[in-house]
Design a binder for this molecule. Structure first.
Ligand code: FE2
Ligand code: FE2
Length: 387
C-alpha cells in the first residue's frame, strides 16, 4: 500500500468494488470477503456508486475504453472521498499509477496483496490505534490496567485469526483472570463504565462481555476452574468476528439478509480457529461455538435446543446479550442493567434463554428476580422497558 494514503482506515465507510469484466473472478473473491457489492465496469450505472464512501477499482488502466468509463462514472460522484486503485507490479507500473491518479486515486494498492490488505483493513483490527495519551487515560481509570491487557489479548487474537497464526492461550487466560480480579476489586459497574468510556464497536462489546461474565462469576460465587472457564469463554467468544468486515459489524440498524448470513459465520469460524490451537478446553470451545443458540432451537449455527445447550454456554449467552444491551453506540442509547435484565426475562419467557442464568445475572447487577420461574411468567416483578 502507498505510504501516502490520505485517509485513515477508521474513516472509511461503505465500500463498493468496481472491476473489469475479464477480472471478474478476482474481483468477486475480494468483494465477497469484504462484504462489498461488486459492479462490472461494463454495466456500471451512476446509481451503483451514490451510496459509496469508498470505491475500490480493479480495472485495466491500459484499456482506454475502461479508463473512459471510469472517468465518466467517477467524475459524477465527487462525494466518494476514498478511491483505491489496484495496480499490477512490474513493467508499466509507473504509467498505471499516473493513470490512476488522473482518475482521482487517493491511494494505490499492489494487486496481489490487495485481498490481505483490504481484509485486514476492513476487519476489527483495522481500526485507528489508541494514542499514547488515550492509553494513559485508560490505564488511570477504574480497572484500566486489566482492560488494557484484555484489549491487547483481543487484538492479538483477531490478528492471529486473520493471518491464521498460533496465539498464546496462556496470555488470554491471564488477561481473563486479571479482569475477574479487577471486577472483584472495583465492582462490575465501574469496570464496565471504564470500558464504555474508552472503547467502541466490537472491542467494546468483547470487553463488556468479559466484564459482565466477571460480574456473574462474582455474584454467583464461582471460583477456580468454573470461573476461569467462563472468563476464557467470554474473552474468546467473538474471535470469529475477525473475518467479518467492520462495516457490517458496526452497521447501524438492520442488517440485510446477506449481511446477517456473513455475521452468522462467526461462532463457527471462531470455534474452528480455536480448535486448531490445541489447548482450549472442550467446554470453552463448545461455548464459543454455541453462544448464539436458543433453547427453542431458533439459534445458530447448529440449531441446538434445550438440554443440548450446556450450562457454560447458557451463562455465556445471557452475558453476551446483557452486554449487547448495555453497550453504547453512537446511534442508540445504552439500556440500564434493569432494562437489560427485563429484556432477558422476556427472552426466558419466550423460551430463548435460561431463566436460572438470567436470575443469577440479575442478582449480580442489583436486579433481584424471583426464584421460581412461574412467578415471573405470572408477571411478578417484570417491568417492561418503554418502547
Ligand atoms: Fe457472537
Ligand atoms: Fe458477542
Amino acid at each position: 500500500m502507498d505510504k501516502d494514503a490520505q485517509i485513515e482506515p477508521a474513516d472509511r465507510g461503505t465500500v463498493v468494488f468496481v472491476c473489469d469484466p475479464h477480472w471478474e473472478g478476482h474481483g468477486r473473491a475480494i468483494a465477497g470477503k469484504l462484504g462489498a457489492p461488486i459492479h462490472l465496469l461494463s454495466e456500471l450505472r451512476l446509481d451503483d456508486l451514490t451510496d459509496a464512501e469508498q470505491v475500490v477499482v480493479d480495472a485495466d488502466l491500459r484499456d482506454m475504453d475502461s479508463v473512459g468509463r471510469l472517468k465518466h462514472a467517477l467524475d459524477r460522484v465527487p462525494a466518494i472521498r476514498a478511491r483505491t486503485f489496484l495496480i499490477d507490479e512490474g513493467s508499466g507500473e509507473r504509467l498505471l499509477r499516473v493513470q490512476a491518479n488522473a482518475l482521482g486515486a487517493t491511494r494505490h494498492m499492489v494487486r496481489k496483496f490487495a485481498l490481505a490488505e483490504l481484509r485486514r483493513e476492513y476487519s476489527v483490527t483495522g481500526r485507528a490505534r489508541r494514542t499514547a495519551a488515550a492509553e494513559t487515560a485508560l490505564r488511570a481509570d477504574a480497572g484500566g490496567a486489566s482492560i488494557a491487557e484484555a484489549e491487547h489479548s483481543l487484538e492479538t487474537l483477531f490478528e492471529g485469526m486473520l493471518s491464521d497464526a498460533t496465539v498464546s492461550l496462556q496470555a488470554v487466560s491471564q488477561a481473563a483472570a486479571g479482569v475477574l480480579a479487577s471486577v472483584r476489586a472495583v465492582g462490575a459497574d465501574a469496570w464496565l463504565a471504564s470500558v464504555r468510556r474508552h472503547h467502541e464497536g466490537t472491542f467494546q462489546h468483547c470487553l463488556l462481555v468479559t466484564g459482565v461474565a466477571a460480574g456473574f462469576a462474582k455474584g454467583a460465587g464461582l471460583g477456580g476452574g468454573q470461573a476461569a472457564a467462563l472468563m476464557n469463554a467470554a474473552l474468546l467468544h467473538d474471535v470469529g468476528k475477525a473475518v467479518i468486515p467492520r462495516h457490517i459489524l458496526d452497521k447501524p440498524g438492520k442488517l440485510t439478509a446477506e449481511e446477517f448470513e456473513a455475521v452468522k459465520l462467526h461462532p463457527g469460524a471462531g470455534f474452528d480457529y480455536l480448535s486448531k490451537q490445541g489447548n482450549v478446553s472442550a467446554l470453552v470451545l463448545d461455548a464459543v461455538r454455541h453462544h448464539h443458540e436458543a433453547l427453542d432451537g431458533s439459534g445458530y449455527p447448529d440449531r441446538l435446543r434445550g438440554a443440548e445447550i450446556g450450562p457454560l454456554t447458557r451463562i455465556l449467552t445471557v452475558c453476551d446479550i446483557f452486554a449487547a444491551l448495555v453497550e453504547t453506540r453512537p446511534y442508540k442509547e445504552a439500556r440500564t442493567p434493569r432494562e437489560a435484565i427485563n429484556v432477558l426475562v422476556d427472552m426466558s419467557i419466550g423460551s430463548k434463554v435460561d431463566y436460572a442464568a438470567v436470575r443469577t445475572l440479575g442478582g449480580s447487577f442489583g436486579v433481584p428476580l424471583p426464584e421460581r420461574f412461574g412467578d415471573v411468567v405470572r408477571g411478578f416483578t417484570v417491568t417492561r422497558p418503554h418502547g
